[in-house]
Design a protein around this ligand. Sequence first.
Ligand SMILES: Nc1ncnc2c1ncn2[C@@H]1O[C@H](COP(=O)(O)OP(=O)(O)OP(=O)(O)O)[C@@H](O)[C@H]1O
Ligand SMILES: [Mg+2]
Length: 367
Amino acid sequence: MRINEIRLNNFRNYTTLKMRFEKRINVLVGDNAQGKTNLLEAISFLSTVRSFRIKDETDLIKKDSEVARIEGLIASPIGEKRLTVMISQTGKSLLIHKNPVKRTSEFIGQCNAVLFTPADMDFFEAPPKVRRRMMDVELSKLSPVYMENLNQYAKILKERNTYLKQELPDIEYLEVLSDQLVALQIPIIESRREFLNFVTKRISALFCEFMEMDFKIDIQYESEIDDTEDISRKLSHKIAASLKRDMAFKMTHVGIHRDDAKFTINDFDVSSFASQGQKRMLILALKMAILEFIVSKIDTYPILLLDDVFSELDSKKKEKFAQLLPKGVQIMITTTEINEIKGWPANETDVFLVKNGIITPYKEDYR
Ligand SMILES: Nc1ncnc2c1ncn2[C@@H]1O[C@H](COP(=O)(O)OP(=O)(O)OP(=O)(O)O)[C@@H](O)[C@H]1O
Ligand SMILES: [Mg+2]
């Protein structure tokens, strides 16, 4: 998958931007606070219809402007696909070509991008919801059905939790809601397990190659039900057994909204065992394993967005990382130091200077 062009209007610190990506590797170089991450945020927004940095999307609108617009031209076998997002104070609208799209699930994944950001460094220490979100974001991009199930599950869960707060909730009605929750979460659990199984198989090899040492990396899907047989019946049983507790605490204790992915390195918990550098490399190996999962599903690599990926990597690791990147993938990479990309394939690389919301070709010879 390739993005051929991006256009921005009043997005963050960009007033207008029109930028073509002719080469496979696009390096965005510039000092701090010039707009490098903002550009990756715009591309990522086209992919996931959310910002990886903020919740309140009106912050994406350029100060003193009314509407932010992101437009991307995505290469496809039948010509370019035009994706547009418009964000205003009252909400956002999505268009494919010029047609408004009602359901976010129809838009997500039309542009499939995988992102590395320095905030990912907290991934292993973060609360379970961060690791759930990683699975859900990647799977939603690949399947509108997955996303619809997830949304529906969230809706019914909210309804059940609200209902639990009533004085005397009707048990039969709670059971109806429980049954709906069980039915909705089975395909979600199956998809999450399949995703983690695939990623687990690849991540050890990638990490060992990166570290040039042998390690065993495991990822376990952690949920109320450990095995994969007859989960519907077992889940129903667990939810029924939790009814008293749910009523006492006025919340739903059992379900995919509590699940987690547990990462171990040589059978130790990554968060307490791995060094900072190892964690960074493990995250990069995870992202690359995700690229392979996506290619196995849609036959094309997603776009890889790398924000500030080099800091904390020693020079040998930087070189190794460049070698490990799959050859067919389109890459957008930010850096403050042009020297970081010495040795990257020049014929496949364009370098751009980002300065105060304006992007120009980088003129100086950096090799
Ligand atoms: N809504 C907005 N309107 C105008 N400017 C904004 C808005 N949101 C952010 N900015 C500006 O964008 C700049 C930050 O851009 P960005 O995060 O892309 O920096 P960067 O080039 O990635 O820097 P660093 O190297 O420090 O990561 C800041 O100057 C900030 O004030
Ligand atoms: Mg940045």
